[in-house]
Design a binder for this molecule. Sequence first.
Ligand SMILES: CC(=O)SCCNC(=O)CCNC(=O)[C@H](O)C(C)(C)COP(=O)(O)OP(=O)(O)OC[C@H]1O[C@@H](n2cnc3c(N)ncnc32)[C@H](O)[C@@H]1OP(=O)(O)O
Length: 435
Amino acid sequence: MSSIDPRTVPLDPTSRERLAATGLDYRTVDHDDRTAFSRMIQAVSRGFLGPEVDDAYIDEQKQLVSTSNRYVAVFDEGVAQEGVPVATVHSWVTELTVPGGELDMWAVSGVTVSPTHRRRGVARAMLEGELRAAADAGLAIAGLTATEATIYGRYGFGAAVPMSRWTIDTRRAGWAGYEPDGRVEFVSREQLADDLSDVYERGRTARPGEVEGWPRRWRQHAGLDASTKNGETVRGVRYRDAAGDVRGAMAYRIEEGEGDFRPSQLQIRHLTAETPEAAAALWRFALQHDLVGEVTAKLRPVDDPVRWLVQDERGATQVVHDHGWLRILDLPRAIAARTYSAAATAILEVSDPLGLVAGTWRIEIDADGRGRAESAPGATPDLRLGVAELSAAYLGGVPLTGLRAAGRVQGDAQAAAALTAALRPVEAPALTIWY
Ligand SMILES: CC(=O)SCCNC(=O)CCNC(=O)[C@H](O)C(C)(C)COP(=O)(O)OP(=O)(O)OC[C@H]1O[C@@H](n2cnc3c(N)ncnc32)[C@H](O)[C@@H]1OP(=O)(O)O
C-alpha cells in the first residue's frame, strides 16, 4: 500500500493555465459530492460511447470504486449542460509488480474528451498535467490501459506488457495435458467475484506487469454489476487443489450454436490461477466441455501454457497485442526498484517530451541482479532512445534488440543485446485486467 494519497496531489498549474487560456476550467471533483460525482460519471460513460447511466449505477460506482481515486475534470461554463464536464481523467496509486518486488505506480484511467471539444489540446493538457503531478508527488512510474494504441506514445508511454487472445477449435486442438488431482466445482456469481479477487490478489505479485485489483472489477467479471449486459449468463467455476485450497477461478459465458448445439462457443471472461495445476484444470474444463466447438479467451499472458496443453497447436490461434502501457517518471528509482537476470552496463541518451527523464544516464546492473542509474552528462552514449521505448522495455516484455531492429532505438547492437538479457524476466510480464 502506498503512502501517497492521490487526492492530496495538487493539480498541475501549467495545465490549469493552458486550459484557462481557452476558457476552460480544470479542477478536481469531490467523490463525496454526489451531484458532482454523478455528472463526472455521466461524462465518462458518454465519452466511452456508453448510455446515460442511472442512480443504481452511480451508487455502485461510488461504493465499489476506490474512494482514494483522484477525479479531475474540465468544465466549459458556456455549455447547455453546465456542471457536466467536457473532459475527464482519474488516477490512483497502485502497486505494479516488477521483477523481484513492487513499485508504486500512478494509474491513469477514464480519459475522455467530449466530441464537442475534441482536437483542441484538452487531452494533452490533462495527460501532461497527470504526469507532472505524479512526478512532483514522487512517483517513479505511471501506467494505463488504452482504447487505442496510437494515443499515448506522444506523452512518453510505451506498450510494455503485450498480452494475447486465443481462439481455440476444441475438436482440432484436443487435449494433451494432464488431469490435476484437485477438483473443479461450480460456484455462485457472488462467490465467483470473491474467488477471482482472492486468487488474483495472491498471484499478482508473481508476474511483473500486474496491478492491484478492486471490487468492481471482479463484480463485472462475475456479471454482477449494473454495467454488464446479461450478467445472469455468466457462470463461474473454481479449482481446489488436493488439500482443498482454492487455487484458481474462471468466469465464462456460453453462446449457443444456432440450430446445432455442438458448435457452441465458450467465452472465458477471466481465468486466474496461482498454480500451473489450477490453470491446466480450468483450461481442461473449458476445452473439454460438451457441446463447445470453440473457446475464446482474452488478456492471457503471451507464454500461456495452453499452447502445450493441446494436442494440435494449430487448432489454437494466438493473437498478440499491446495492453499494459508504462511511462517512467524517475529513472534512478525505476531502475533500482526491480531485479535483473544478467549483468550489464550501458550509457543511455534518453529523450523525453516532458523533460522528466531526459539526459544521459549510466545504467549498471551487477552480477547479483541489482541495478542503478546515474546521471552521466557528457558521456558517450551506447544507445539513444526515447522515454517511450525505455518504458516499453522496462519490464523485459519488449526487447531493446527488437526496438533497435525497428529503428526505434539507435546505437550499439551489443549494448542493446546485453541490456535486453538483463531486463528479461523468467516469465513474460502480464496484465490480466483492464484498468
Ligand atoms: C487511459 C484511458 O482512459 S484510454 C481512453 C481514451 N479515451 C477514449 O478513447 C474515449 C474517446 N476519445 C476521446 O475522448 C478523445 O478523442 C481523446 C481523449 C482520445 C483525445 O482527446 P482530444 O482532446 O481530442 O486530444 P488532443 O486534442 O489533446 O490531442 C492531443 C494529440 O493526440 C492526438 N490524438 C487525439 N486523439 C487521438 C486518437 N484517437 N488517436 C490518435 N491520436 C490522437 C492529436 O492528434 C494530438 O496530436 P499532437 O498534439 O501530437 O499533434
